[in-house]
Design a protein around this ligand. Structure first.
Ligand code: GP9
Ligand code: MN
Length: 630
């Protein structure tokens, strides 16, 4: 009987085993999943099985030919899912989620990045399918037969048993697995890539329902939490830049490790190194972006809310109610504009900028872009800034303007004439090319500041610069370890590499008394900081950040993947490190007091966005100046 059953489904089982092994090979070769012990490796190995048994098993309800087609069709589909994840992972170091798929309109603009990411070896992924098609014609495999009801029941019971066994092991290894849904590596590691996609689909339907079910009561608990944690902004700096023009510069893929660092004896960022000596500089400032990359950093900047754990909030919740910086500043007579030489639909910016309250978006059509002045993703930063200053001459003052640079974007292409320093010398082209493009953007910022001075726009300004997110992902750890002269890049180092530069430059003030701050801070703090400098009191706002200059701020920053950093500890991927030594903390429970807070911050912020809760909020920002009264 048993042998009989077996032979009835031999083709289906063969396909299952092949897909299972293939998935495991992909795990080991294409994803960087940290394994700490044998149990974890075992979970990783068995985790594709339950899903594959079930999905292929649906073929048991079909007969002969249809079943063979089902099995082959399913194999093709699973392979495509794997390949899509592999390609996505090469750049984002992350797994696909449904909202990311809806950002497909971005894909058309990716250009050189995509070709860099797809590799000829990817075709190997289809070899087994060719084999399956070939073998399905062999008499032994082609004569499938209908199974009895009992046999089917036994089959699915077994599949369910495998699933629960997997889940049980995973929960034991990683408590709270399914509630900390923003840690996708953990999910894939424990329940497998396929079950992860199912889980993601469930999350999607849950979040879609959330807005409909939300009411103003949901906001009360969050307001209480925020009020209990809110800190007074710095008094002395309150209003020091009142009425000045604001320049926000988003430095593409700029990580802090290049600042005050050298390659072959040459400074990587000579201009910024000098500029910092006339500014306030934060050396422990973290990006907090997720899958939405640049758009997430913009979201943090304008709202002091966290971006979402899945997808880009610019896409998923562009029609929400927000109380963003441009909108607030407009109430105080500011004109607000963004300069970015890309298509206005990229990251859904055209819609979102409207929502955030921007008066004007100078996009690619406002710039002169030609063969000579572009590279990689488009207009080169130097030309971008030069043209921006020209465009700025017609912008009413006071203004709040944001400039999004582009040249230092993966895959870091640059023409010879623009390479002011050599490439790094490793086996990794991406890391090698990163340095000249960073150096180029540094030059572009220098040109910008010079032009502002020439245009008479410098003195009466406040200039804020920050790195939007990492440029070098974990896929390049070997070359990064080589550059940083470390044996290896540990998870602790990875978190430290999420530091991006943050510079506050106020002519006449910071140049008199430049300072380097070591406090842990993050992009979530940008909005309250800027508003305080401008003398606007938005303390009643729903904000998760704190003025970086605040005297009594809590030293705490949470990253979008749930990692967090204080002045003593750094928590990531289930391990609590001593932030000074980079070694696991002696007191294993040292991170415990912050676990809840980290989760609350992210969950509450998500709740606001998914529930569109700010539509229930009446904000009223105050300025204590008669000059600016609306
Ligand atoms: C595109 C630019 C880059 O307009 O902001 O986006 P990124 O890939 O860095 O999110
Ligand atoms: Mn970016």
């Amino acid at each position: 009987m048993r042998k009989n059953t077996f032979s009835k489904i031999s083709f289906l089982l063969l396909a299952t085993v092949i897909m299972w092994v293939k998935t495991y090979i992909v795990y080991k070769t294409s994803f960087d999943i940290k394994i700490e012990n044998f149990t974890q490796e075992f979970i990783l190995f068995i985790n594709p099985l339950s899903f594959l048994l079930i999905i292929f098993g649906l073929g048991l309800f079909m007969k002969e030919k249809t079943r063979i087609r089902w099995v082959i069709g399913t194999s093709v589909l699973m392979t495509i899912i794997l390949i899509a994840n592999m390609i996505f992972y090469r750049f984002y170091n992350d797994f696909l989620t449904i909202p990311v798929l809806f950002q497909a309109s971005n894909m058309g603009d990716l250009g050189s990045s995509i070709t860099e990411l797809i590799q000829p070896v990817d075709l190997l992924m289809f070899i087994d399918i060719a084999f399956l098609i070939w073998i399905s014609r062999k008499p032994f495999f082609s004569k499938t037969a209908i199974m009895t009801r009992k046999e089917k029941t036994a089959y699915f019971l077994m599949a369910a048993a495998v699933f629960f066994f997997n889940l049980g092991l995973a929960e034991a290894e990683r408590p709270q697995l399914l509630t900390r849904s923003f840690d996708r590596e953990m999910l894939v590691k424990n329940i497998g890539a396929y079950n992860f996609h199912i889980y993601d689909a469930l999350l999607q339907s849950k979040t879609s329902a959330q807005r409909a079910l939300a009411d103003s009561n949901n906001l009360v608990e969050i307001e209480n939490y925020l009020n209990a944690n809110s800190k007074e902004p710095n008094e002395a700096l309150h209003g020091v830049a009142e009425g000045r023009n604001v320049f926000i510069i988003s430095l593409e893929s700029f990580q802090s490790f290049v600042i005050n660092n050298e390659l072959n004896g040459q400074e990587i960022t000579p201009f910024l190194n000098d500029f910092i000596n006339e500014s306030y500089y934060f050396e422990n400032f973290y990006h907090q972006t997720g899958q939405g990359k640049t758009s997430d950093s913009e979201f943090l900047l304008e709202n002091s809310l966290y971006p979402l754990g899945r997808g880009s909030v610019f896409f998923t919740n562009a029609n929400n109610e927000y109380h963003a910086t441009p909108e607030i500043l407009k109430e105080f007579g500011y004109y607000t504009a963004v300069f970015h030489a890309n298509n206005r639909t990229f990251w859904n910016r055209d819609i979102m900028y409207n929502t955030l309250g921007y008066d004007r978006f100078f996009d690619i059509t406002d710039f002169e872009v030609n063969e000579e002045n572009s590279v990689g993703w488009g207009l080169k930063d130097v030309s971008f800034f030069e043209q921006s200053v020209e465009l700025l001459k017609d912008v009413p003052q006071p203004f709040y303007t944001k400039y999004i640079t582009l040249t230092n974007h993966f895959p870091f292409e640059l023409e010879e004439e623009d390479k002011f320093i050599d490439e790094f010398d490793s086996n990794d082209g991406v890391v090698n090319r990163y340095f000249p493009t960073v150096r180029y953007t540094d030059e572009a910022v220098k040109v910008f500041i010079e032009k502002l001075k020439e245009a008479g726009l410098y003195e009466n300004s406040v200039i804020i610069m920050y790195g939007d997110h990492y440029g070098i992902s974990e896929n390049h750890n070997t070359a990064m370890a080589q550059f940083l002269e470390k044996e290896e890049i540990t998870p602790y180092d990875t978190v430290q590499l999420q530091r991006v530069p943050f510079i506050v430059h106020i002519p006449g003030i910071t140049d008199q008394d430049p300072k380097v701050f070591s406090e842990v801070t993050g992009q979530i703090d940008l909005k309250p900081t800027i508003l305080n400098l401008l003398g606007i009191d938005a303390s009643d706002d729903i904000e998760f950040g704190t003025d970086v200059f605040s005297e009594d701020r809590l030293p705490f920053v949470v990253l979008r993947d749930g990692s967090f950093i204080t002045d003593e500890i750094l928590y990531t991927r289930g391990v609590c490190y001593d932030v000074q030594t980079g070694e696991p903390a002696e007191d294993a429970n040292a991170c415990e007091p912050y676990m809840e807070k980290a989760k609350n911050e992210l969950d509450y912020s998500d709740e606001i966005i998914y529930g569109d809760l700010l539509r229930f909020f009446e904000a009223d920002a105050k300025v204590d100046s008669d000059q600016l009264t609306p």
